[in-house]
Design a protein around this ligand. Structure first.
Ligand code: SF4
Length: 77
């Protein structure tokens, strides 16, 4: 299992093959997600927003490229 973040106790994975660089995740949680030089989302800090906002950002992704895992398993999708 991936190491979980200290505060939210989550691991976030962005599927770069799926990400189309829409930036919705960045708009929702800019301290968690940023776009890199290839216009793909990267996680800058899994604890950069409350868990609800992280999950909302994942839900806002139009291609479901963001997976969030917590202590008890999948939180999204
Ligand atoms: S919302 Fe999804 S497709 Fe858009 S930048 Fe974030 S991960 Fe990529």
């Amino acid at each position: 299992m991936a190491e979980l973040s200290p505060q939210n106790r989550i691991a976030i994975v962005v599927d770069r093959a799926l990400c189309i660089g829409s930036g919705d995740c960045v708009d929702t949680a800019p301290d968690v997600f940023q776009l890199d030089e290839e216009d793909k989302a990267v996680v800058v800090d899994p604890d950069g927003a409350p868990l609800d906002d992280v999950l909302q950002a994942a839900a806002n992704c139009p291609v479901t490229a963001i997976a969030v895992t917590g202590e008890d398993g999948d939180l999204y999708p």
